[in-house]
Design a protein around this ligand. Structure first.
Ligand code: NIG
Ligand code: FE
Length: 416
């Protein structure tokens, strides 16, 4: 008999997210979270070998003399959170922009004055590999302590071939050195580098940078900041079309600050996910639903931009768009690592139910980064990425905000 290495049992509520691994949950499916009362999950060699009620799992005979047991009585157990959209790799910070923002200077004005993303490009360029890794590593450890067991990380504070290659290399190194799993996205099209016109920089990315990144297999996804005043729909399309040719999977920052046809482009290119979508049009939402593009919504960015504009998540869910949630962790528009805070904002301002929000931070988030075969649910064969939350029930998770609800993080069957 192959015994479990770890058995978590007696969870008051256990969210499995069962049944959504083939396709992201949408519509009413987003409320089907596979809830088990008095739940248990058994893990062996990093993978889940049994899931059910405590009685069912115990009857399976998984409990051996060496099995470590954790009682989750009075607590809630969920899959590890997946953060499918971060810009976590950089050096420096931008707290100086807070006072500008309070005075009413807009995000894009700050960027146009050479601040914003370009300020972080400078501070990252000046930092050594070790400094970037130390600062980013601290953020990733904070994410893990807040329940994120897998995160996507974008490059995009380099804006030259060498600096973008360095960023992607550091993401790979951090992935292998830290417990948290990382998925790398190339986002050279994050801002137009100083000294270039938009067209010139687009040419540079398409002709010189993308082929090199692809040749060195440094990133799985390619993303573009498609926004009026940054990369137009046509520049974004050129970059993503080239990326597709080079076998990248595609993502797009669309309609974050202004409605600009980004959602429509996302549907046209059939990207895996479209992100932000604060200003997405009705036609854009319908097109995303038709193509099955996942909407990755970032309410912490809305909160931090302080414009009281949130994505129309209810309309998206009604239209059949699969919705996921992420932090957008970055030094400008969303300086946070907290998926629990994102869950609270999603319930209060995107008007998701706690069940929908949990689907959005687990299995749908896994789909958004092509990891639904390994993570995002508690099902036999998946990685043993499990959270024990110190809360009495599910509703308590978005309800009580500002502190960390995560009691224990288990990554690949190991207590972190
Ligand atoms: O997703 N929109 C572009 N990129 C980030 C912000 C990055 C930054 O301000 O440093 C975002 O909001
Ligand atoms: Fe972003």
């Amino acid at each position: 008999m192959q015994y479990a290495d770890l058995l978590i049992h007696s969870a008051d509520m256990m969210v499995t997210m069962k049944g959504h691994s083939e396709r992201p949950a949408r519509g009413e499916g987003m409320s089907e979270i596979g809830l088990i009362y008095d739940g248990a999950v058994a893990i062996r060699e990093g993978k889940i070998i049994a899931v059910g009620t405590t009685q069912e799992v115990l009857a399976g005979g998984w409990l051996g003399p060496e099995t470590m047991q954790i009682s989750a009585q009075g607590k809630v157990v969920t899959p590890g959170f997946i953060d499918p959209h971060t810009h976590a790799l950089y050096a420096g910070s931008r707290e100086n922009e807070l006072s500008l923002k309070i005075k009413g200077v807009s995000y894009l004005e700050i960027l146009k004055q050479g601040g914003g993303i370009l300020a972080t490009v400078r501070s990252t360029k000046q930092a050594t590999d070790e400094e970037i890794k130390a600062q980013t590593g601290r953020r990733l450890q904070t994410m893990l302590s807040l329940g994120t067991t897998t995160a996507e990380v974008k490059s995009g504070y380099g804006l030259t071939l060498d600096e973008e290659m360095r960023a992607l290399r550091l993401i790979k190194e951090l992935d292998s050195e830290l417990v948290i799993d990382l998925v790398a996205t190339f986002m050279g099209a994050h801002a137009v580098a100083p000294g270039y016109s938009e067209e010139e920089f687009t040419n540079y990315l398409v002709d010189e940078v993308l082929p090199e990144i692809a040749a060195h297999a440094q990133a799985e996804f390619c993303d573009v900041f498609c926004e009026p005043g940054v990369f137009s729909v046509s520049s974004s399309e050129r970059i993503l079309a080239k990326a597709k040719q080079l076998h990248f999977k595609l993502k797009i920052h669309a309609d974050e600050l202004a409605a600009g046809g980004g959602a429509e482009l996302a549907a046209k290119l059939n990207v895996i996910s479209a992100e932000h979508l604060l200003q997405a049009s009705d036609e854009g939402i319908a097109a995303l639903a038709k193509q099955g593009v996942i909407a990755v919504l970032l309410p912490a960015t809305s909160f931090n931009l302080a414009k009281n504009t949130y994505a129309r998540a209810r309309e998206m869910i009604r239209a059949g768009v699969p919705v996921a949630l992420a932090t957008d962790s970055n030094p400008g528009s969303s300086p946070t690592e907290s998926m629990p805070f994102v869950l609270t904002l999603a319930c209060l301002y995107l008007r998701l139910t706690p069940e929908e929000a949990l689907t959005a931070v687990t299995i749908n988030a896994a789909h958004a980064i092509s990891r639904a075969d390994q993570a995002g649910s508690l099902e036999v064969g998946k990685q043993g990425d499990v959270l024990i939350l110190d809360i009495p029930n599910l509703n308590y998770l978005p309800y009580h905000f500002g502190s960390n609800p995560v009691g224990t993080v288990i990554k690949r069957g190991r207590v972190v």
